[in-house]
Structures are given as C-alpha cells and as structure tokens.
Design a protein around this ligand. Sequence first.
Ligand SMILES: Nc1ncnc2c1ncn2[C@@H]1O[C@H](COP(=O)(O)OP(=O)(O)OP(=O)(O)O)[C@@H](O)[C@H]1O
Length: 571
Amino acid sequence: MIRMLLRVLGHEYGGPVRRTVALMTVTALVEGLSYALLVPVLRALFGSTPGDAWPWLYAFGGAVAGYALLRYVSDRSGFLAGSTLLRGTYHRLGDHLARLPIGWYEGGRLGEVSALASRGVLQAMAVIAHLLAPFISACVTPLTIVVVMSAFNWQMGLAASAAVPIVAGIQMRAGRSMAATDRERHERDHEATGRVIEYLQAQPVLRAGGRTAERFRVLDDSLRDVRRASRRTALSALPGVVGLALAVQTMFTVLLALGTYLALGGNIGAAELLALLVLAARCADPLLSLSDIGGQLRGARYELTRLDEVLRTEPLPKPTDPVQPALHDLEFESVTFRRGGRTVIDGLSLSVPQGQRLAVVGPSGSGKSTLLQLPARFHDVDGGAVRLGGVDIRAIDPDVLMGQFAIVFQDVHLFDGTIEENVRLGRPDADEADVRAAATAARLDEVIERLPGGWSAHVGEGGARLSGGERQRVSIARALLKDAPVVLLDEVTSALDPVNEAAVHEGIERLMAGRTVVMVAHRMRTVRRADRVVFLDGGRIAEEGSHDALLSRGGRYAEFWDVSLTPTASE
Ligand SMILES: Nc1ncnc2c1ncn2[C@@H]1O[C@H](COP(=O)(O)OP(=O)(O)OP(=O)(O)O)[C@@H](O)[C@H]1O
C-alpha cells in the first residue's frame, strides 16, 4: 500500500512517509511496553508489600507520558505528511491532466475526474493522516504485549501468540472475500456521480423534451445500484467482523482457562495472572478495530489504484528536439484516425496553402469535426502525418503548437468571470486597447453596452447569462485577440437571430482575413468565401474543388446543398 502510495506521489515523498511510519511504530511499541509495567505494579499491590508498587507506578506514569508525547509527535507528523501529500497529489494530478490530450476528456470523463479529484484524492491521502497510526498500533501494540507476556510467563505467552496467525488469516481472508464487493461498490459509486452530473447538465434538454422523469429513473436506478452494492459490501464484511470478534474472545477465554489452571497448580501467582489478563484485555480493542481500519484501507487502495491509472495514462508525447515552424500552411498526408475501434479518418490527404481558406462539408458523422481537431493535437493520428509549415506537428512543442491556432468551435466554453476576463483568455498579457479592439471587431461592444455592468458583467457558469450568439462573439473576440496565424473554425449550426447572425458572420470574416483557415461550414454563404472545398464522406474526400466548380459538376456536393436548402414539408 505504501509502495503504491509512493508510486502515485513520486518517490521524493518517500522520506517523510518512512519517517512517519517509523515514528508510529516506535509509538505503538512504547504503548505496548508501558502496559507491561502494569504486571509488576499489580504484582506488588496484591503481594505482601504493596508499598513496592510505587517505583513501578512512577515508571508506568513516565512510560505513559512518554507514549503520549510520542503519540502527539507521530500524529502530527502523520497530519503534516498527509497534507503535504495532498498538496503534492493535487499538483501532480493537475499537471498531468493538463498534459493529457484534449481528446482524453471526451466520453464521460467529467464525472470520473471530478469524483477522483475531490473525494478520491482525499480518501487516498487519509491513509497517512488518519489510518496509518491506528493500523500500526493495532498490529504492533498487541504483538509487543504478546512478547511481554512471554517474558513473564512462557505458557501464557505461547497461548497468546497462537492468536497471531489466526487473526492475520481472518484479516487476509476477509480482505480477499471483500475485494470484489468493494470494487463493485466503488464502481457503482463513480457511475452514480457521473449520472448526477449528466442529469444536472442535461436539465434544459430534458425539460424541453419532457424527459426529466425518464432520465431521473436512470439516475435513480444508478443510485439504487449503489445502495445494493453497499448492502452487499456490508454483508460480505460480516463474516470477517464476527470471525475477528470470535477469535479475540476465544483467545481471552483460553488465556483465562490456562491462567486458572496454572494458578491452581501454583505455577503463577493470582496477582500476576490478573496482570496478564489485563494485558490480554488491552490487546482486544486494537485487534477488533482491525476490521474497520481494513475496510477503510481497502477503500483508499481503490482510489489510489484509480489515481494511479489516470497518472499512468500517456500524456501527449513531447518532442525531445522540438522544431519551430516558420510557415503556416497545413498538410494532411495519408492521415488515418480511429475512434472507438472505427476508422473515422481514412487515409486522407489534403493541403491548405498559407493564407488560404479550406471549407470542409459533408454529412453528419463524416468526420468533419474530427478533422478539425487533429492539427491542434486533440488526438494523435494513428497513421500518416499532419504538418504545419512542413513540420510534423508531433515535432513541435505542444505549447508552441497551440499558440499557432485560434480555435472557434461550436461549444463555446466561458468561465464564470467577467466578459473582459473571458476575452482576455485569448492573450492574457494583452493591453487594454487590444482587448477593446478585439471586442469591437467581434461586435461584442454592442453586447457589452447592453449588459448592466458592461465589461465587468459576469457571464455566469459556462456563460449561461449570454445568448448562444453572444457567447460565439466572445469566442471570436478571444480568437481575434490571440491573433494566431491559423484558424480552426466550426461554424455554429443552430439558427441565430438576424442581428447575431450578421455580427457573428462579420466577426468570423475579420478573424479569417489573411490567415490559414480550416472551417467546418454549414452555410452556403460561408462556403462561397472559401478558396477550396472538400466534401467528406466516411472519413474520405469524396469531392474537392471550388464551390462553383463542385456545384456545376452536379455530384455529391451539389446534391448535398440541394437537400440542405430544400425546405422540408413541415416548414
Ligand atoms: N468520442 C468519440 N468516441 C467514439 N467515436 C466518436 C467520438 N466522437 C465522434 N465519434 C465518431 O466519429 C465519427 C466522426 O465524428 P465527427 O464528429 O467528426 O463527425 P462530423 O462530420 O463532425 O459530424 P456532425 O456534422 O454531426 O458534427 C462519427 O461516426 C462519430 O460517431
């Protein structure tokens, strides 16, 4: 467990953790030894000269004081190590998440990562701060007491030590038999967290579609699964808990019977027997707490395993000898990319000369958005290469590469801050005048004038206080401010009101001017402005050429616009 903890955290934390474990072990030893002093105390008290108990009592008091001091120091060391590790883990996890390909976040990772980053990390780090001391004490203190008992009476010591393998065996068996139910409970737990997040995020869609109750049932089923799994875990823990209690009781009864037999035979004094039984009783509590601590340790181990899995996920490989692209033309050479076992970009080759605009058109699912994500390394290609300025993008430092692109996708993510802060994300060190100029060029100034608070108006979580078109304008302003040489644009598909439509269109035109552009186009008037159009189908280029040439060819592209522009019967 400690080994896994250090692997997850990095071995630079090995020193404090090992020191803490050593301190806790010494504390548990001193605790066991201080109990040992009870034997001479009781022997003297019940013997012919009770006054002889005083020196032993002083020694006992001293040992208990020493134990209390050590306990304070070791608990403090546990808390300090725990909080250092917690900070370290957050940093390590944060750094790692920032280096994972953006595509990794697709497919329901949100719930998983947020559960891991909050509860998971805390639970895993609680091992050092809260679980290690009781666990070490529950193992070391009884063992010390058994050794002490053997020193006073070997028969009693031998009988007590017989309990050691029995208790260890019960613990290991309980751990093994609970592993499956524990894992299931944790998996259900994580799944339910994902469902809750999905349910909350999908509220507008669910309400609009009148599907709230239906989706709630899915969430409710998931929560019911958690309940069932928790019940199964509790039930599977019972044999271990009962077995441990029985073993401890049996050990005590055997010691009592053996002690009585020895006392009746004159092999041990009554006072000594009483003292040894007091020692045996002191073993019971820590031993019984083992089943509870074991359960918590298994929970922490599960979270550590998940943390380990995320930290072992390969980050975006960084080039050892990065190359800086001098030009900004884009080239896809025989690019193949698979998703979920399916080939979604299939041996595609195309090039976009510097300063030219390429429009990508095609039916839904043909791979348009995927194609747009590849130059910015949201995913690495499975075959072929994407080149920027003639350099394979994998040979460019990821930060430098991202600096080359202004990205305007349909899902505009705004942070819960002011409009200004959101625009400034494009270039955090931009001066006031540049930020205002970008906002004006994106016709965001009209929005700002209308909003109470103007530039300082808060956009709400995810930009909820702005309309779709207004959010799009923020995203365009951000991209304009970034002033990157290549624009990757996924044109918004939803219908905007005429004012927003015109503003967004104007902003996009300004953004594209003089830059290399790859855009997924959904409107005829945007495609017309492109230098070249590719029509994608099944991840391959079905047709390519200029808009007019493709239209006059009367092929798939012409048919596509025919169908798109023909009003449906219901309209
Ligand atoms: N996260 C994912 N995991 C697995 N497959 C995916 C994932 N995202 C997309 N796909 C699949 O990849 C293919 C291409 O998807 P993509 O989103 O690029 O198409 P598109 O042409 O942009 O579609 P649309 O116009 O509907 O947005 C589709 O078949 C889709 O099912």
